[in-house]
Design a protein around this ligand. Structure first.
Ligand code: SDX
Length: 437
């Protein structure tokens, strides 16, 4: 285990227990208290002692693990990575520093920073044979499908069966994901792949691989590079969200790191999760094409007979502003102004936010803009195509997935995840042959 990485406390609070009475018998269950004062009723021995299990479809009330990586206070709109407030990291850190912080539990000192950033720089290339994989995809292939398939396929080149390769495979993933993402974009637009360069920053290298063409090398704007750095930091981790829980689930079977991250990519793709940033822009485009009547769409979102949702709004945990959305709203203004971009989508988004935040339907349900509401507007201004937005989310979330996977795998008490259920189907009955049916 890496001594540097703080682990979650396992000691339940001595102060309180929770009493459960079942079939007239009392059971005292320990209460675990986290470093921020969050409390959980520890039910690890519930079935053995009471014969009953808990039921919580969607896991809204269930703590899946103890974790020392990210803290969210949904009521206060607080997000911290390893104790550092998200706004300070977004403003002052580099994405690779934040990746190191999440994965290894501390901000790197000068020697650690040099070793980590050099390791990443030296592993950005894909094996030349992996280029052939792209030839099999149709031009319109969604880049999330390519990302998931290519990441799983990295395990065929870098089996992690060999001991001591974990940190090297972590570096390979962080280094190669931008290359795979950029290559999938080049494939979709029929342009030649642009190879990674060692003289550029992590974000600069990605932008160069995305937008350089043989006839005209891409001029990397510091505004764009800084905006991308901030976007990746804001997406880097978010405790036990759907894709991270998927990573922990798949990783708990001791599947290799690449297959585990590929599963996280697949889960992120869903429109209710990371796919929402693409859905937001498509929703804004639909509203603009429909004459910009955003009030009509707010009414549709409230209509129980309509399946329409205001994409980019609402969150399972945040019942106040998503702190990331606040940062992104301000950044959208700054980046578009600095780039001289006038995007009507931004005005439509602001109008939607303004009317929703005054509307009883949204207020009573505590529905606020989430990280996906403004991010797409900035991606558009950076020249990122809409179907790459969720890929950008994955690029940001990668260190969080890795950190959560590593925390689980470094925990000697972790076991394969195997939830229970309550069966509600048919009782035992004899088989009926086809002739008698
Ligand atoms: C991300 O978990 C994370 O941390 C995720 C994430 C991360 O960083 O990993 O933050 C990233 O996935 C952000 C969320 C992106 N998804 C969207 O923007 C899609 C639109 N939002 C919704 O689908 C919804 O708000 C969820 C999925 C985000 C949260 O859903 P919940 O917690 O299951 O809440 P719910 O669906 O039960 O909604 C509660 C009520 C319902 O109305 P009633 O049944 O009470 O009448 O609010 C309504 C919902 O119909 N509602 C919405 C709405 N979101 C919820 N109504 C209209 N528009 C919406 N967007």
């Amino acid at each position: 285990m890496n001594p540097q990485v703080p682990t979650a406390t396992e000691k339940p609070s001595a102060a309180t227990t929770a009493r459960l009475t079942l079939d007239g018998k009392d059971y005292d269950l320990p209460v675990v208290v986290g470093s921020e004062g969050e409390r959980a009723i520890d039910i690890r021995k519930l079935r053995d002692t009471t014969g009953a299990v808990t039921l919580d479809p969607g896991y809204g009330n269930t703590g899946a693990c103890l974790s020392a990586i990210t803290f969210i206070d949904g009521d206060k709109g607080i997000l911290q990575y390893r104790g550092y407030p998200i706004d300070e990291l977004a403003e002052q850190a580099s994405f690779l520093e934040v990746a190191y912080l999440l994965i290894y539990g501390k901000l790197p000192n000068a020697n650690e920073w040099k070793a980590f950033s050099d390791l990443i720089t030296r592993h950005t290339l894909l094996h030349e044979d992996m280029k052939k994989f792209f030839e099999g995809y149709p031009p319109h292939a969604h880049p999330m499908a390519i990302l998931a398939a290519m990441v799983a396929s990295l395990s065929t080149y870098y089996p992690d069966s060999a001991n001591g390769t974990t940190d090297l495979n972590i570096a390979r993933l962080v280094a190669k994901l931008p290359t795979i993402a950029a290559f999938s974009f080049k494939k979709s637009v029929g342009q030649p792949f642009v190879y990674p360069r060692n003289d550029l920053s992590y974000c600069g290298n990605f932008l160069n691989m995305m937008f350089s063409v043989p006839s005209e090398p891409f001029k990397i704007s510091p505004v764009v590079e800084r905006a991308l750095n901030m976007l990746l930091i804001l997406h880097a981790d978010h405790e036990q969200n759907c894709s991270t829980s998927t990573v922990r689930m798949v990783g708990s079977s001791q599947a290799n790191l690449f297959a585990t991250i590929a599963a996280g990519i697949a889960a992120l793709w869903g429109p209710l999760h990371g796919g929402a940033n693409q859905e937001v822009i498509e929703m804004l485009e639909k509203i603009r094409a429909d004459g910009g009547d955003y009030k009509k769409y707010v009414a549709m979102a409230k209509d129980k007979n309509s399946t329409f949702k205001l994409m980019g709004f609402g969150h399972r945990v945040y019942k106040n502003f998503d702190p990331r959305a606040k940062i992104l709203k301000a950044a959208a203004d700054d980046v578009l102004k600095a780039l001289g971009v006038n995007d009507p989508m931004l005005e439509i988004a602001k109008n939607l936010e303004e009317i929703a935040l005054r509307d009883e339907y949204f207020v009573s349900r505590k529905l606020y803009p989430n990280v996906d509401f403004y991010s797409g507007i900035i991606y558009r201004a950076l020249g990122i195509p809409t179907d790459m937005f969720t890929v950008m989310f994955a690029l940001g979330r990668l260190p969080g997935w890795i950190a959560q996977w590593k925390e689980m795998r470094d925990d000697p008490s972790s076991k394969i995840n195997r939830p229970r259920q309550i069966y509600t189907g048919a009782l035992k009955r004899p088989f009926v042959p086809l002739s008698a049916r």
